[in-house]
Design a protein around this ligand. Structure first.
Ligand SMILES: Cc1ncc(COP(=O)(O)O)c(C=O)c1O
Length: 375
């Protein structure tokens, strides 16, 4: 594995590729937003302008997309799970081995948020759910999955191990795997999950227009396997005629698989360590996301738990109850845009004093509590 170059000043890893802004791809199907709009409990989550954060980042305007209230689940993941489960039930169940109306077990592996979202959708559509959870997931997150009526199996091992076990369990005739990462031969469901995330970016477009803000110059995305980042790339690189923002991924140092892959030029796995950013603790990028990330991401970096916790406290002080994964965006933006060597990094990302920055706060602290300090 190639060692990523370090972020000047902080010594943290840093990857940059400004040519990404010129890359283009096809958009997602138009009916995803309409599906979500008709879903019980759906409402756009707030896009909150924080002038104090804009001042900290020395940019024109800063907005935080606050996913802490997403359909009562405190994380964005239900956007993908709902669209994928809808697709699975409407196509798969009728067309293949499951007679229409028979109860299915929706199986998945999750660090918390995706599992809870699949469990909620199983309940909504009168199906069952079985969620495999790796070691180290917060008990609050596990209890939240169980409270949706799902069977929860806590394994001894990493997220990648949990994915393997879930895929095995889903070989049962009455089971379907609803996984938010792809590998050779398993691409359709993760593709639907990525499509589902597009609603978040459609909301951001409308909300920025409503705030009379310029289109973003930088969008910062917390990354686990890279499916959300794939959705960001798909959204912002499929709008001919509109300015293309810089897109930056942020991962925990303990599990920076996308950064390592980008730095080395090929998809690699890294050994996942322990991190408070549980939803980002993934050792292998999604195979489906990888071509989009390699071509369409401008920058990638990794942050420490202490950075994420400090950013979560900063956001909490400004009324945004971000969990550790959600706060990773602000921590990453601070690492990239401020401090020693920031001028060169800002130039590479085309960030100026008037730039609009959008930080995705992908979970609330209710989904994954913020510790007082890194331990
Ligand atoms: C809160 C939160 N943010 C970000 C992510 C990263 O999404 P992805 O794994 O698609 O990169 C996750 C994944 O579970 C998550 O739970």
């Amino acid at each position: 594995m190639t060692t990523p170059p370090t972020l000047p000043g902080s010594g943290l890893p840093w990857y940059v590729r400004p040519a990404a802004r010129a890359w283009t791809c096809a958009p997602v199907p138009a009916d995803v937003r309409a599906f979500h709009a008709g879903l019980s409990g759906y409402a756009p989550t707030p896009l909150v302008e924080l002038p104090a954060i804009a001042a900290l980042l020395s940019v024109g305007r800063a907005f935080v997309k606050d996913e802490s209230t997403r359909m009562g689940l405190a994380a964005f993941k239900v956007l993908g799970a709902s669209w994928a489960v809808h697709q699975v039930l409407s196509r798969h169940q009728v067309l293949s081995r499951h007679p229409a109306g028979a109860e299915l077990v929706l199986v998945t592996a999750s660090d918390g948020n995706h599992g809870r979202a699949v469990a909620r959708m199983a309940r909504l559509f009168s199906q069952r759910a079985h969620v495999f959870v790796p070691s180290g997931v917060h008990p609050v997150a596990m209890a939240a999955i169980a409270a949706e009526g799902a069977r929860v199996t806590e394994i001894t091992g990493t997220y990648d191990d949990a994915v393997r076990l879930a895929a095995e369990a889903a070989r049962e005739p009455s089971a379907v795997l609803v996984q938010d990462t792809a590998w050779p031969g398993y691409e359709q469901v993760p593709g639907w999950i990525v499509e589902g995330y597009s609603t978040l970016f459609a909301e951001v477009d409308q909300q920025l227009a409503g705030a009379r803000a310029a289109g973003p110059g930088l969008v910062v995305v917390p990354v686990g396997v890279g499916s959300l980042a794939q959705a960001a790339v798909t959204h912002y690189r499929s709008r001919p005629g509109e300015p293309a923002p810089a897109l930056m991924s942020v991962e925990p140092e303990a599990a920076a698989c996308v950064l390592a892959s980008l730095a080395g030029g090929e998809l690699v796995s890294v050994p996942a360590g322990a991190t408070v950013m549980a939803g980002l603790n993934c050792g292998t990028p999604s195979m489906l996301a990888w071509p989009y990330l390699r071509a369409g991401l401008d920058a990638a970096l990794a942050i420490t738990d202490a950075d994420s916790i400090a950013a979560a406290h900063e956001l909490a002080g400004r009324g945004i109850p971000a969990g550790p994964c959600g706060a990773a965006s602000l921590a990453g933006a601070l690492a990239a845009l401020t401090g020693e060597g920031a001028d060169a990094r800002r130039a590479a990302l085309a960030i100026g004093p008037d730039t609009t920055v959008v930080l995705l706060s992908t979970e609330g602290a209710a989904a994954n509590p913020v510790p007082d300090a890194a331990g």
